[in-house]
Unconditional design. Structure first.
Length: 153
């Protein structure tokens, strides 16, 4: 026995849709993609703060441990406003803490003479990496710092 619902296309099952070529497409196949899998758009404000966050490490050239304090202050103020700034801040802080310890070890090696070569290499590498991170932030990317220990998760 055929019901009236089976004969009438307007009364057919709402979870499927018949196409012209006889295929059945489920409603789930036409659903929009999950928002978690989409890439997030970084606003101009987030981009600006991320650039400031990375560039603030250069305060370490004028203030002792300013390379850690600058990014730390920006991150603490802005981390709750943006996931991009939060992620960038954690990366910058991990890098600055790791490389501060590395520079302290390099300075200690001055006592045995190796530091005369090691300190300038570490300093130049630090400057280059901070500049690269700042440029990447201006391109709205989270920079993955090299040779960094994840101290802040």
């Amino acid at each position: 026995m055929v019901s009236e619902r089976d004969d009438d296309p307007d009364l057919s099952d709402p979870s499927s849709d018949d196409t012209d070529d006889g295929e059945t497409v489920s409603a789930d196949a036409t659903a929009t993609p999950d928002t978690a899998s989409e890439t997030r758009v970084v606003t101009d404000d987030e981009q600006t703060w991320a650039v400031i966050l990375h560039a603030s490490a250069f305060t370490g050239l004028m203030v002792p441990f300013g390379n850690v304090l600058g990014p730390l202050l920006v991150w603490l103020i802005k981390k709750d406003e943006s996931a991009f700034i939060d992620e960038s801040g954690k990366a910058a802080l991990n890098f600055q803490l790791t490389w501060t310890m590395l520079m302290l070890v390099a300075l200690l090696t001055l006592l045995v003479g190796i530091g005369f070569l090691l300190v300038p290499v570490v300093a130049v590498a630090w400057i280059v990496i901070v500049v690269l991170a700042t440029v990447r932030a201006s391109d709205r990317e989270v920079y993955d710092y090299p040779l960094t220990v994840d101290l802040i998760d």
